[in-house]
Design a protein around this ligand. Structure first.
Ligand code: FEO
Length: 172
């Protein structure tokens, strides 16, 4: 039977993962309306992942004899200043989620619930990835801001591929 303290804090996480999904949907919708198709695609996929995270918690609580509660979600913000603003907020939010997961880990240790502790390790690792990918995108966006280096870099890559093709055709 799931410890009540662990059950309650896992239910808190159900709300946080579900809110994350809605937040990224709001960001995806904003990006789509701005014509940023690639960024919108990334954010829609991220929203799907967050929904899966929520489901993992729901199923875990129920499997262990607890009762998962589906909460109301607060409305996420829908206006952003720029793509960099979006990803700065993604990173800030992921850091908040990481701290939240760590709090649950702490509770499982306090009550000696090693099964839940083990369940949470997947999320501990996932948070490392999620923070890292948000940081990578912020770094790329800063390059765009500075002399369009990122686009320049892609152009050069394209030129190289085209000239390699031309050389291959000449030898045929
Ligand atoms: Fe499920 Fe991005 O934390």
């Amino acid at each position: 039977m799931l410890n009540k303290k662990v059950e309650n804090i896992c239910n808190r996480q159900v709300e946080r993962e579900g809110y994350s999904s809605n937040l990224y949907l709001a960001m995806a919708s904003w990006a789509e309306n701005q014509g940023m198709a690639g960024i919108a695609l990334w954010l829609y996929a991220q929203a799907d992942e967050e929904k899966l995270h929520m489901l993992k918690f729901i199923k875990y609580i129920n499997e262990r004899g607890g009762k998962a509660i589906i909460p109301a979600f607060k409305k996420p913000i829908s206006e952003f200043k720029s793509a960099e603003d979006v990803f700065t907020q993604v990173l800030k939010h992921e850091e908040f989620v990481t701290a939240s997961i760590n709090e649950i880990v702490q509770v499982t240790l306090e009550v000696k619930d090693y099964t839940s502790h083990n369940f949470l390790q997947w999320f501990v690792n996932e948070q490392i990835q999620e923070e890292a990918s948000a940081r990578t995108i912020i770094d790329k966006l800063r390059l765009v801001g500075k002399n369009n280096m990122y686009i320049f870099d892609r152009d050069i890559l394209g030129l190289r591929a085209a000239s390699a093709n031309a050389n291959t055709n000449q030898t045929l």
